[in-house]
Design a protein around this ligand. Structure first.
Ligand code: URA
Length: 191
């Protein structure tokens, strides 16, 4: 673990810890405020993110931005990262060895940001962060506290593109996050 951003960011530049390095154009490390109170964790970059090097800039990210706008969430106040930093081929779910190889980076990001709330976007984030025993359908929308961090699992934004009903639940979960952030005096909404 590195206790400063410079060393952590340097350590990933030529990462070859797993096979995903072979097809990547960009490592998608993160976006946002390194002092954020609220962090979001997705699965891994898609084609658009791989091209631009920024998380959630494609269709799923644009849909998430719409929810942010509707709820007056300021994206620049959040810290957004993924379980794996390089794009899995055909956007498949990251394999166990890939996620395992990459998780130390994410743990280090959490250690440095010190978020009070972490939103887990989808099953891959939920299982890799809180444990394989958790299922997204049963767990979404429910707060889970671990080591003084409040976790809110919710649908992955890409799932909303395929299922309208999930949009409503996703919105509800984010609204719950805003409410908790307000109660805890945390920064995430537009001024
Ligand atoms: N899906 C993710 O999980 N992360 C991204 O950055 C983009 C799409």
């Amino acid at each position: 673990m590195y206790n400063n951003w410079e060393e952590l960011e340097k350590s990933i530049i030529n990462c070859r810890k797993c096979k995903l390095c072979q097809g990547r154009n960009h490592i998608v490390f993160a976006e946002g405020n390194k002092e954020a109170d609220v962090m979001l964790i997705g699965e891994g970059p898609g084609a658009d993110e791989d091209r631009e090097g920024i998380p959630f800039v494609g269709k799923a990210g644009q849909l998430m931005n719409k929810a942010f706008d509707g709820l007056k969430i300021d994206r620049s106040k959040l810290y957004i990262a993924n379980v794996v930093k390089c794009r899995p081929p055909q956007n498949r779910v990251p394999e166990e060895d890939e996620a395992t190889a990459c998780l130390d980076y994410l743990r280090n990001q959490v250690m440095l940001v010190k978020p009070k709330i972490i939103v887990l976007l989808g099953s891959t984030a939920l299982k890799n962060i809180l444990g394989k025993e958790y299922g997204i359908t049963a767990t979404r929308g429910k707060w889970i506290e671990r080591k003084q961090i409040q976790y809110m699992p919710t649908w992955h934004p890409a799932a909303l593109l395929r299922d309208e009903a999930k949009k409503i639940e996703f919105w509800k979960d984010l609204k719950e996050v805003c409410k908790k952030a307000r109660e805890m005096n945390l920064e995430m909404e537009k001024n």
